[in-house]
Design a protein around this ligand. Structure first.
Ligand code: IMP
Ligand code: MG
Length: 191
């Protein structure tokens, strides 16, 4: 039998920076079950299309739909707004388009995190052209303290402080997405 790797870590050091635990695997999984139950209830009798925003949402999407008790479809599209580090470029580019026809469908956008709101604003404008029957947004995390664009979020996993986080799909320069917990930059470390 192979050994269990990728074990739970107390802190993660990346260069001079230190990340500390913010949300445990158990907390995340418990909240996801609640969100899935709520969505299943709200969409009873309908066949929604869950549309994940790559790359960040791929783990959340996969865990969420396992607990959704409905016939549903999934698709992904890919946006880029963050460049490669911790600061948003402030620009959104569409890197992979949707493959399904959303006309007259119930759409549920699946995001890892809503930060400034720019990506969600871009998505809403994109979908408005395609006449879906309804659009709702589920995000695992949101940083309400950094909102620059007004967005309506229908299902929120956790409100978190306006600090950089990694893990559970969220990256730092494309790494650390595979952590099962979520870690936050410790701004007091090293002072
Ligand atoms: P927004 O357009 O500013 O709302 O940012 C949305 C995207 O930026 C998210 O979907 C994430 O991919 C990324 N992002 C925002 N905050 C963080 C963070 O703290 N860590 C990693 N990625 C983040
Ligand atoms: Mg994202």
């Amino acid at each position: 039998m192979s050994e269990l790797i990728n074990s739970v870590k107390d802190t993660i050091k990346i260069g001079d920076e230190v990340f500390i635990p913010l949300l445990t695997e158990d907390q995340i999984q418990a909240r996801i079950k609640e969100l899935a139950a709520q969505i299943s209830n709200d969409y009873r009798g309908r066949v929604p299309v869950f549309i994940g925003v790559l790359n960040g949402s791929f783990i959340f999407m996969s865990d969420l739909i396992k607990w959704v008790d409905l016939d549903c479809e999934i698709d992904f599209f890919k946006l880029s707004s963050y460049g490669d580090a911790k600061i948003s470029s402030g620009k959104v580019t569409l890197l992979k388009e949707l493959n399904c026809d959303v006309t007259n469908r119930d759409i549920i956008i699946v995001e890892d995190i809503v930060d400034s709101g720019l990506s969600v604003k871009y998505i809403e404008d994109l979908f408005a052209e395609n006449n879906p029957k309804s659009i709702r947004l589920v995000t695992l995390l949101t940083k309400p303290g950094n909102r620059k664009y007004e967005v309506k979020i229908d299902y929120i996993g956790f409100n978190i402080p306006n600090k950089f986080v990694i893990g559970y799909g969220l990256d730092y320069a494309q790494k650390y997405r595979n952590l099962r917990s979520i870690y936050v930059l410790d701004e007091n470390a090293g002072i």
